[in-house]
Design a protein around this ligand. Sequence first.
Ligand code: ASP
Length: 330
Amino acid sequence: MSDTLSEDTGRRARVTLYAVGGTIAGSAASRTNTTDYKVGIAAADLLAAVPEIAQIADVSHEQIANLPSSDVGAELLLKLSKAVTTRLRDPGVDGVVVTHGTDTLPESAFFLDLTVASDKPVVFVGAMRPASAVSADGPSNLLKAIALAGSPEAVGRGALIALNDRIGSAFYTNKTHSTAVETFRADEQGSLGVFINTRARFWFDAAKPVNKPFFDVSGIETLPKVAILYAYQDQDDLLIDAAIANGAQGIVIAASGHGSVSTTTKARIRELEAQGFPVVRATRTGNGVVAEKPEGIGAGVYSVTKARWLLALALASGASLDRIRAYFRA
Ligand code: ASP
């Protein structure tokens, strides 16, 4: 199997890199510091640091931002989604790579997974160690992500996350560790495959997640405000009412266990739902499915942050409460 030619066309892969920022574009004052660094390395320099990329694909790039991912939000994601959608319509482009901070990478990758209508690969990549670190992981991750974006085997699998030699589905994968390079996991669903050198080795043929929705954002400029509230013992209506008073049009609760909330919160959720206001109960445990109950929509298979984007996109599309419930039904 060739690393340099796209097998179905017999030509070099053509990939576009959208650089958003993150640790992969970060540098610290010392080679031993992996927690305190500045984001700002330009896309062209990320590519120049890995000359081997030129053996794999022709890569064009666009610096769409250069931010820590805690500053990525709806405005930037709508812009990125539209840019990627347009780019992938070009028959001369095989796939795109997005370099992005790992902290919110899974929710951005999920956003594009739900809003880019193309079977071509959209590969998100980042790094857990800044470019200045001993054993920086960014260059290897970037090389493999570009190989993956140009690979025919990656077609039709939705948005992908490529870090630490593993390939994950953006739909299911989340960040599970604050500092380790082995942080992107989908504990229930597993990885889609691994890299053998730069070759993607998938475990199975392409498949789509069950009930994966699509949202056309071509005409959308802003998204409704959806707040995430963390559940705790003694919880009252304080946070819910504050969120609504400040313009939230939907709420996701990072609830305990299987989406449980206090008796007070349950009653408030019922009142809100009777007025057509959606409250989604996700789990703060980081794993597992949350089923529907009378006290609010269960987040189903979606993590807290992914539930937020799904709810915002559903609201922006004008979905009714019943339709929203159906989106989340596990
Ligand atoms: N703080 C960084 C970010 O999310 C973390 C990373 O990229 O790993 O932008």
